[in-house]
Ligand binder design. Structure first.
Ligand SMILES: Cc1cc2nc3c(=O)[nH]c(=O)nc-3n(C[C@H](O)[C@H](O)[C@H](O)COP(=O)(O)OP(=O)(O)OC[C@H]3O[C@@H](n4cnc5c(N)ncnc54)[C@H](O)[C@@H]3O)c2cc1C
Length: 447
């Protein structure tokens, strides 16, 4: 169950930590025992999913808990189309297990390597203005709080606090199981093509309302973007495994990775590389079951910032970003990723209370990103932006407080669930402890 820990880092390598111990419990009781022991010894604890957050939300220099031994389906209700699953289950495995039961999640992000609890806890989302974040699929959970108490909570029995549990960055406790609202398996037709950026911005309303899923990638310094639509279909699965493999692994990852390496050495190449990427946007159509269509491979490592904005702000924010990029000439060759998500009523969900646009900026690993991200963040914040909890941002408690109507209620609930701050690291203290209360100098890792 416990092993000595080498140093730990997140997917992008931007966060490095030296946990004293990594523990992988195999039951809810083991989790509860671990929390109680930690509390008695005055130690700190963080639970990690797949380590795919860019922020140090999961990092600790003390005890790191992984739920990799707690994966799979606990029970399925086929009629109600719900399933209870272990919180450590990776989305790829979950997709296949649910598919075997003729069930599927209504929406997912663009990779499937995260754990279900990790994805839920940071407000991970896909795209589709009629569909909420993954956390909106949550109906109930079993969580071990900071006292080591096992609590079973669901939307019906705890309507007053359930909205706080849905997106909680692991500061309310360790989620052991989650119950998900599902639907029957379905296929998606995925179409990719390219159009001029100006046309895309003019037709955003039509695109976002006319398709189940719509997203676009704008290539900086090129007036072109890639548009992607996904719509439900009864058509046959397209089977072009070799072509798909070549497109994904060789073009999207291999060639792009090699060009990114060149950009890192010679930043002047970023503009021509962005233009080349824009002109080689693949035009294709593909049909498969939803969970296989959503997932893409991301082998080229990068750092990322993503902000949630009111849905109607998309076009004006992109235009401002373009103006600033033209002026500042940032060395950027990664496209800007633009998606839509339906609003929800989850306390700390960035999509809380509004239909949302999400805009993400990326920078190849090893290339300087701070001034570029800072300039973009300034624009996002002016338009009412709220950061994605798993992606880079610079906000602290005092700046977050005004962006979430139920912020103080969440802080109160956090103190109740974890009175001794067992689950806080330095990054999380910056987010959740008002400055006057920040009196702990525990040397935890930070970006
Ligand atoms: C290549 C790449 C692509 C991405 N694509 C998308 C995307 O399409 N859409 C999007 O919204 N985001 C995306 N992300 C961000 C990612 O989905 C989130 O950061 C997500 O939280 C990562 O899941 P994880 O399992 O790796 O969680 P971790 O990063 O390991 O942890 C995230 C948080 O969840 C908490 N947590 C994990 N397990 C538990 C548990 N059992 N109980 C309580 N708390 C827990 C952790 O403590 C931490 O606070 C992407 C990231 C990468 C690197």
């Amino acid at each position: 169950m416990s092993k000595p820990a080498p140093s730990w880092s997140n997917w992008s390598g931007s966060v490095v930590a030296s946990p004293k111990q990594v523990v992988s419990p195999s039951s809810i009781e083991e989790i509860a025992e671990l929390v109680r022991k930690c509390k008695n010894e005055g130690r700190k604890l963080r639970v990690v999913g797949s380590g795919h957050s860019f922020t140090p939300v999961a990092a600790t220099n003390d005890l790191l808990v992984s739920l990799d031994n707690l994966q799979g389906i606990v029970s399925v209700d086929s009629e109600a189309r719900t399933a209870t699953v272990w919180a450590g289950t990776k989305l790829k495995l979950l997709g296949e297990l649910l598919h075997a039961e003729d069930l599927a999640q209504e929406n997912l992000g663009d990779i499937d390597v995260q754990s279900i609890a990790g994805a839920i806890s940071t407000g991970t989302h896909g795209t589709g203005i009629h569909l909420g974040t993954i956390a909106t699929q949550l109906l109930g959970m079993t969580i071990v709080d900071g006292n080591g108490d096992i609590r079973q909570l669901d939307a019906e029995s705890s309507p007053d606090i359930f909205g706080a549990l849905q997106v909680s960055l692991g500061v309310l406790g360790i989620v052991a199981q989650v119950t998900l609202r599902l639907r029957s398996s379905y296929k998606l037709e995925y179409r990719s093509s390219r159009i001029p950026l100006s046309e895309c911005l003019d037709r955003l309303d039509e695109f976002r309302t006319g398709h189940r899923h719509f997203e676009f990638y704008w290539f900086p310094y090129a007036e072109t973007c890639q548009i992607k639509f996904m719509d439900e279909t009864e058509d046959r699965i397209t089977s072009r495994p070799i072509r798909d493999y070549l497109s994904e692994m060789v073009l999207e990852n291999g060639v792009f990775g090699a060009m990114s390496g060149l950009c890192r050495r010679f930043p002047r190449l970023t503009k021509p590389v962005s233009r080349i990427s824009a002109s080689s946007v693949p035009v294709f159509r593909k049909v498969d079951y939803s969970h296989r269509i959503f997932a893409t491979k991301r082998l080229v490592r990068f750092n990322e910032m993503e902000y949630n904005l009111p849905a109607d702000a998309m076009a004006s924010v992109i235009r401002e970003m373009r103006e600033v990029m033209e002026r500042e000439r940032f060395a950027v060759h990664f496209p800007i990723e633009c998606r839509y998500v339906r609003g929800d009523d989850i306390w700390l969900s960035p999509a809380s209370g509004r239909d949302s646009a999400y805009i993400a900026v990326h920078m190849y690993k090893g290339m300087p990103y701070r001034s570029y991200f800072a300039a973009m963040e300034e624009i996002f914040l002016r338009h009412g932006g709220r950061p994605h909890w798993g992606k880079l941002h610079t906000l602290k408690e005092s700046q977050l407080r005004d962006r979430y109507p139920r912020w103080q209620q969440f802080l109160d609930l956090r103190s109740e669930f974890d009175p001794e701050g067992l689950f806080l690291n330095e990054h999380l203290r910056d987010l959740f402890i008002p400055v006057s209360g920040a009196n702990d100098s525990h040397p935890d890792p930070k970006e």
